[in-house]
Ligand binder design. Structure first.
Ligand SMILES: Cc1cc2nc3c(=O)[nH]c(=O)nc-3n(C[C@H](O)[C@H](O)[C@H](O)COP(=O)(O)OP(=O)(O)OC[C@H]3O[C@@H](n4cnc5c(N)ncnc54)[C@H](O)[C@@H]3O)c2cc1C
Length: 464
């Protein structure tokens, strides 16, 4: 029974992935939601949904979508990815499974289609009002007003709010407003690497031109190309490489240099990328950075969620998944504080979410940077492959204690901070067990048992 005062209105800034899903979750609890979104309505105007055409959706993102009742709509637009297909310089392909159970897969999903499903569902609740083309310029916490600019006619209006949630992405205006009033900590850490999106179209008979159930990687040490499948049998391809320097986006400044680079490094992709030159020079080069900040809230008035709180690099495919988990954490905290007088508990709710999610945001940010090196380099290293095989074996032998770190992050809901700290211990165990050997048959399993039992406590991988 919902005892809450349903006349409460929560204002969200940003109707991207996290804002639109959060709106659904709040409206399902009876809140009225006003959203100000600076972009046009992507359901009515053909605008790009922003960076990255498709995304990897994993268990942490699926559970909040399930709780919002959206998986029935989302499932048909998902393409299963069971592992990495690693393409070497000789065009040999090598499949590396992500997990070892049938359900241990991730999904490629169109950013814009997923966002549209969330926007539709938010509006269908009858409690969510989305003001598109309205950019939040300033927040006045004293007066409890927003200064909003209409992106069509440039007019500025003042909008009152009761409580505000910043789901306005990595350059968040709400974050700036909170930090203007607090002793903030803000780190914006550019990666020094950028990305460019390209496209492999469907084949002449509408077929996938690469294995459809893999995330394809062409790891080349300092840089890499990846490809994720789309529903229409195309692949969205992304080149990640240094922004500046000898082999960088800056250095690929002519058609000849681009083609020669692809010829040397990714020759098997050339027949698949008919628009390579046009796409490369027409598409924007995206910058990559990590944003770590604190606090994520201001009194009982404001909270940050998603990229506004923790922008991370995309190499673990977790930015959106983490943002969805934030949204679920907020509404679960609201549920846990359900009283007749919820007004007086908002500060506690915001502060609880801030303190429980911040360490997890930091942890996935760090793991995402590490995973860039795994993807662009380690996946072709014999020792890495041996350790991965051993990690699966230890998971089989000690399922209550050992779970490969990739699996903890992608297939389970153990807090990211715990996945990171257990991952460090597991890496030490794997390093020790593989130091003197070259094949899995040579592993000393008595030593393995001793290490696992003594160093790793039993774990609940999916705490409620
Ligand atoms: C190349 C790339 C690949 C990625 N791949 C993955 C992946 O595979 N899996 C994954 O989980 N994540 C991935 N991510 C991360 C993911 O894109 C983000 O974490 C996710 O989009 C965050 O959602 P959000 O709603 O917090 O922010 P955003 O998606 O940035 O949405 C913010 C919204 O706020 C609006 N806005 C901004 N400022 C204002 C303002 N002042 N007033 C009003 N509205 C405003 C914006 O227009 C936008 O609609 C990837 C990111 C990149 C760059």
């Amino acid at each position: 029974m919902n005892k809450r005062n349903n006349t409460q209105t929560i204002t969200l800034i940003g109707a991207g992935l996290v804002g639109s899903l959060l709106a659904v979750l709040l409206a399902k609890r009876g809140y009225r939601v006003e959203i100000f979104e600076r972009r046009a309505d992507m359901r009515r105007k053909d605008i790009s949904a922003g960076r990255s055409i498709n995304l990897a959706l994993a268990n942490r993102g699926i559970v909040p979508l399930q709780r919002a009742g959206l998986m029935e709509k989302v499932s048909p637009i998902l393409t299963e990815m069971k592992g990495r297909m690693v393409h070497d310089l000789q065009a040999e392909q090598n499949f590396q499974s992500y997990g070892q159970k049938e359900e241990e897969v991730i999904y490629s999903v169109s950013r814009s289609e997923l966002n549209k499903i969330c926007l539709d569902a938010a509006e269908q609740t009858g409690l969510v009002n989305i003001h598109f083309d309205n950019k939040c310029e300033q927040v006045d916490f004293k007066a409890k007003t927003l200064m909003v600019k209409n992106e069509h006619n440039g007019q500025i209006s003042t909008q009152a709010f009761e409580r505000i949630i910043g789901t306005d992405g990595s350059a968040s205006a709400v974050r700036d407003a909170i930090h203007n009033l607090t002793s903030k900590q803000l780190e914006v850490l550019p990666l020094g690497h950028s990305y460019k999106e390209l496209r492999i179209p469907a084949g002449p008979k509408g077929e996938f031109q690469l294995d459809k159930h893999s995330l394809h990687i062409w790891p080349r040490g300092g840089y890499m190309l990846i490809a994720l499948p789309n529903e229409d049998a195309s692949f969205t391809v992304t080149l990640f490489m240094p922004s500046k320097g000898k082999c960088s986006f800056e250095s690929l400044d002519s058609k000849e240099k681009l083609l020669s680079f692809f010829n040397q490094q990714f020759s098997d992709t050339l027949p698949l990328l008919p628009e390579l030159v046009e796409d490369f020079f027409a598409n924007p080069t995206g910058q990559l950075a990590t944003v770590k900040c604190s606090p994520w809230h201001y009194k009982d008035l404001a909270l940050l969620m998603g990229d506004a709180a923790h922008a991370i690099v995309p190499f673990h495919g977790q930015g959106m998944n983490c943002g969805f988990e934030d949204a679920l954490a907020l509404v679960e905290t609201i549920d846990a504080n359900e009283t007749d007088d919820i007004d007086s508990t908002w500060q506690a709710i915001f502060s609880t979410v801030d303190s429980s999610r911040k360490s997890n945001g930091d942890a996935i940010a760090d793991m995402a940077i590490e995973n860039y090196i795994t993807m662009r380099d380690s996946v072709r290293d014999e020792k890495y492959l041996l350790k991965s095989a051993l990690a699966f074996e230890l998971e089989r032998r000690f399922p209550s204690r050992f779970c490969p770190r990739y699996s903890m992050v992608m297939f389970h809901r153990l807090p990211y901070a715990d996945a990171k700290s257990r991952g460090i211990i597991q890496e030490e165990i794997l390093t020790k067990l593989t130091a003197q050997i070259r094949s899995i048959e040579q592993v000393d399993y008595l030593l393995a048992e001793d290490l696992v039992i003594n160093k790793l406590l039993e774990v609940n991988l999916n705490p409620e």
